[in-house]
Ligand binder design. Structure first.
Ligand code: URA
Length: 190
């Protein structure tokens, strides 16, 4: 089985096991992930929004457009990385996902990472960071790589937070600019 087939199997398991039946009922479809299953970098957001729910792909709305722009600033395209969310169904009215919803999807996210084996996991926003690094405060650690159980994480603010806040936009761009160096350092160590 190649990596894409393994990822497809994880999606099938979520559907077959009727994971998060309540969200599945109100959502249009499962939004699993997008990009290159052989990527060095995986980006993890929170949960699909309206556009993602319709298209079946993560980060295709306004926040996704900014994410694409930031990728371009470091010479990457969406096809070079893998993008997913903690929660795979859209919460109604774009409310924050509950702790229970996040917990129930975490084993499937772990399986995705086991298949992809990225060098760097970039968490987008507080919810995503806290799924892996529960003790940390994003205001204190954004843009700083953290190694935990053999995996390097880079906590970043959520791109949606930058849409109406110019200062946050520049902070995100500055943090993003660190990614190539961080990746090189990880490769040197391996
Ligand atoms: N925000 C997220 O966290 N994920 C998406 O897929 C889109 C917006």
């Amino acid at each position: 089985m190649n990596k894409q087939q393994e990822l497809d199997k994880i999606a099938k398991n979520i559907k077959d096991q009727n994971i998060c039946a309540d969200l599945a009922k109100t959502a249009t479809q499962l939004v699993m992930g997008d990009g290159n299953p052989d990527a060095d970098i995986v980006f993890i957001g929170e949960a699909p929004g309206k556009n993602e729910d319709i298209e079946g792909k993560p980060f295709v709305g306004a926040a996704g457009k900014f994410l694409n722009e930031m990728l371009e600033t470091i010479g990457l395209k969406r096809e070079d990385v893998y993008i997913t969310n903690i929660v795979k169904y859209r919460p109604p009215e774009n409310r924050d996902p509950s702790d229970e919803e996040k917990e129930v999807f975490l084993p499937f996210l772990d399986e995705q990472l086991t298949v992809i084996q990225p060098k760097l996991v970039v968490t987008l926003g507080r919810h995503s960071m806290n799924a892996f690094l529960p003790e940390l405060k994003i205001s204190q650690v954004h843009g700083q790589p953290k190694r935990f159980r053999g995996q390097v994480y880079l906590p970043l603010y959520h791109p949606a937070a930058a849409l109406y806040n110019g200062g946050m936009r520049q902070t995100l761009l500055d943090d993003f600019a660190k990614i190539p160096k961080i990746l090189n350092k990880i490769q040197e160590k391996k």
